[in-house]
Design a protein around this ligand. Structure first.
Ligand SMILES: [Zn+2]
Length: 231
C-alpha cells in the first residue's frame, strides 16, 4: 500500500468535527423541542424566548460538565498508565526493551531490526516510545478536559442559537412552524455535512438526524399542547 504525502485520510479531520456536529445537533434538537413545547402550551413570545435562553445555558453547561468529567477520567487513566510505565522503565528497562521490540516484531519487523529500533527509540525518548507504541497514547490525542468541555459547550450553544433566533424572528402565531421547519433544515444540513466529512452518504446522514429531530419536536409539541389545554 503506497502513501502519498498529499493523501488526506478522513480520520484525521473527523474526530473534532464529529464532536462539534453532535454537540450542535444536541443544541438544535433540545432547544427547538423546548421552544416548540412551550409555544404549544400557549406561552407568550417573551416566555418562549426566556425558556429558550434558559435551555441554551442549561444545555451548554450540562454538556461542558459531562464532557469535563468524562475526559478528566480518561486523563486520569492516562496519567496512571504513564506513572506505571515510568516506574517499570526505571526498575526494569531490559524487560521494557524486550516488550517494545516484541511489539515491532508483531508489526512485521524482523527481530534484529526490531531490537535496533527499540534501542534507538528508547535512547531518544523511552517513555514517549512506550506511551505511543505500547499504550496507544499519542501526544496529539492526549485528553484535554477543559478544551473538550469548552468545545462541547460552544458547539451546543451555536446549535441552540439557531432555533432560538428562528423563534425570535417568527411572528407570534407562527413560532411553532417557523422553528420546526428551520430547525429541521439546520439538522439536515449538519447531518449531511458530518456524513460527507466522514466519507458516508450525505442523504442518509441528513435523513437520520432529521427523523429523530422531527420526532422530538412532535413529542414536545404534543406535551405542550396537552398542558395548554389543561391550564
Ligand atoms: Zn512498557
Amino acid at each position: 500500500m503506497t502513501h502519498h504525502r498529499y493523501e488526506r485520510h478522513s480520520m484525521a479531520r473527523t474526530g473534532w468535527l464529529r464532536a462539534a456536529v453532535l454537540g450542535a445537533n444536541d443544541g438544535i434538537v433540545s432547544t427547538a423541542s423546548l421552544v416548540i413545547g412551550v409555544a404549544a402550551a400557549g406561552a407568550t413570545h417573551d416566555a418562549i424566548m426566556v425558556a429558550g435562553v434558559a435551555g441554551l445555558v442549561a444545555g451548554a453547561m450540562s454538556m461542558a460538565a459531562g464532557e469535563y468529567v468524562s475526559v478528566s477520567s480518561q486523563s486520569d487513566a492516562e496519567h496512571a498508565d504513564l506513572a506505571i510505565e515510568r516506574r517499570e522503565l526505571a526498575t526494569d528497562a531490559e524487560a521494557e526493551h524486550r516488550e517494545l521490540a516484541a511489539i515491532y516484531v508483531g508489526r512485521g519487523l524482523d527481530r534484529g531490526l526490531a531490537d535496533e529500533v527499540a534501542t534507538q527509540l528508547m535512547a531518544h525518548d523511552a517513555l514517549g516510545a512506550h506511551a505511543r507504541d505500547e499504550l496507544g497514547i499519542h501526544e496529539l490525542q492526549r485528553a484535554r478536559p477543559v478544551q473538550a468541555a469548552l468545545a462541547s459547550a460552544a458547539a451546543f450553544a451555536v446549535g441552540a442559537a439557531l432555533p432560538l433566533a428562528s423563534a425570535g424572528i417568527a411572528p407570534d402565531r407562527a413560532v411553532i412552524s417557523v422553528v420546526a421547519l428551520l430547525s429541521l433544515l439546520f439538522l439536515a444540513t449538519l447531518g449531511g455535512l458530518a456524513a460527507r466529512a466522514g466519507g458516508a452518504s450525505l442523504l442518509r446522514g441528513a435523513w437520520r438526524v432529521t427523523f429523530w429531530g422531527a420526532l422530538a419536536m412532535a413529542l414536545t409539541a404534543a406535551v405542550g399542547s396537552l398542558f395548554g389545554v389543561m391550564t
